[in-house]
Write a protein that binds this ligand. Structure first.
Ligand SMILES: NC(=O)c1ccc[n+]([C@@H]2O[C@H](COP(=O)([O-])OP(=O)(O)OC[C@H]3O[C@@H](n4cnc5c(N)ncnc54)[C@H](O)[C@@H]3O)[C@@H](O)[C@H]2O)c1
Ligand SMILES: O=c1ccn([C@@H]2O[C@H](COP(=O)(O)OP(=O)(O)O[C@H]3OC[C@@H](O)[C@H](O)[C@H]3O)[C@@H](O)[C@H]2O)c(=O)[nH]1
Length: 346
């Protein structure tokens, strides 16, 4: 029996990890790490793939069903000898020889995850079991992208990893937040029961280039609305807060977590906290000061405040975000202008 003091959680590992893929002992492995990214055609996934592909020792396999992702996000890698793209729904088993699994596949925007809630929970539960089964079979290390939504509508602020959350088990968001909570449970059960090497990142709201223009999340909505000359739709009351992390910082945090010794869960996010009205004012000032801001109806169970405590990420991963909201928004604006065909005024 071994304990994992590194986590500060004292999780007991009952079994030894399964034997890793023979690739790890082969000559071939010395120069190549084979990495599976589920959901790699999506927003964060495709940026992660770009970063992983920069390392010539990595081979990257993406499995995605293209529900919210697109081949376009990966077009620069299609045909590359170290890259493979598989159309695959992770609610079905997948057999591939890999050494690491970044498990991201899951719709993340509320309008998409609520669209087919039964499918969302299947993706989180059966999909995660399938990926854990694969990790067990080939001895791969697996990282789950969990979410700040596991804290629900938090009664503690900012949120520390030790906080158990305040989640409605039967609400319209439950397919996603309870789904991710079960996914975390499965990760730890496979870790304790089968000795799997696991990593759990609790990601807070992330934004950046390549988000779907009609993704429905707040930053992409406001930027697209401002560029189209439409009013910005702040959902009532507008005093609810979020903390926004730029995608390159997020990818850096995920890779550090995968490569480090800590299982997590570890919060990865930018602690800069803004109300949705403040965010609207910043986008308005940045893109089109003449635009109006409209208060519209909100959806049920919208968390009223959210801000990560990133002490663990700082101490255990040596990570903290570098890009502020005011630095990141113009980078996203540039990408949205190109895709929407709205040139910047001289
Ligand atoms: N972006 C954020 O703010 C944020 C915050 C917290 C957690 N996360 C997590 O990070 C991950 C990526 O989020 P994102 O913002 O890039 O979202 P995204 O919607 O852009 O990407 C999700 C990807 O998963 C794919 N997918 C969905 N269901 C699938 C299935 N059953 N089988 C195979 N592929 C499937 C989609 O096609 C898409 O390419 C998700 O797990 C999400 O829960 C994101
Ligand atoms: O047009 C909009 C869209 C959203 N909002 C508000 O903006 C806030 C953020 O909403 P988003 O839809 O961007 O994202 P949420 O924070 O609700 O959920 C996200 O949390 C983290 C991840 O797991 C997921 O990416 C997603 O579930 C909410 O308070 C929402 O009411 C607006 O004011 N206007």
């Amino acid at each position: 029996m071994a304990t994992e003091a590194a986590n500060g959680n004292n999780h007991v590992v009952v079994k030894k990890p399964p034997t890793p893929s023979p690739l790890r002992n082969s000559k071939f492995f010395q120069s190549n790490l084979r990495i599976l990214v589920t959901g790699g055609a999506g927003f964060i996934g495709s940026h992660l793939v770009d970063k992983l592909m920069e390392n010539e020792k990595n081979e990257v396999i993406v499995a995605d069903n293209f529900f919210t992702g697109s081949k376009d996000n990966l077009k620069k890698w299609i045909g590359h000898p170290r890259f493979e793209l598989i159309r695959h729904d992770i609610t079905e088993p997948l057999l591939v020889e890999v050494d690491q699994i970044y498990h991201l596949a899951c719709p993340a925007s509320p309008i998409f995850y609520k669209h087919n809630p039964v499918k969302t929970i299947k993706t989180n539960v059966m999909g995660t079991m399938n990926m854990l089964g694969l990790a067990k079979r080939v001895g791969a290390r697996i990282l789950l992208t969990s979410t700040s939504e596991v804290y629900g509508d938090p009664l503690e602020h900012p949120q520390k990893e030790e906080y158990w959350g305040n989640v409605n088990p039967i609400g319209v968001r439950s397919c996603y937040d309870e789904g991710k909570r079960v996914a975390e449970t499965l990760m730890f059960d496979y870790h304790r029961q089968h000795g799997l090497e696991i990593r759990i990142a609790r990601i807070f709201n992330t934004y950046g280039p390549r988000m779907n223009i009609d993704d429905g999340r707040v930053v992409s909505n406001f930027i697209a609305q401002a560029l189209r000359g439409e009013s910005l739709t702040v959902q009532a009351p507008g005093t609810q807060t979020r903390s926004f992390c730029y995608v390159s910082d997020m990818v850096d945090g995920l890779i550090r977590l995968m490569e480090g010794d800590n299982t997590g869960p570890i919060n990865i996010g930018n602690p800069g906290e803004f109300t949705m009205m403040e965010l609207a004012e910043i986008v308005k000032e940045l893109i089109k000061p003449s635009i109006s801001i409209e208060i519209v109806e909100n959806t049920p169970d919208d968390p009223r405040q959210r801000k990560p405590d990133i002490t663990k990420a700082k101490q255990l991963l040596g990570w903290e975000p570098k890009i502020t909201l005011r630095q990141g928004l113009p980078l996203m604006e540039e990408d949205f202008r190109l895709r929407l065909g709205v040139p910047k005024k001289a």
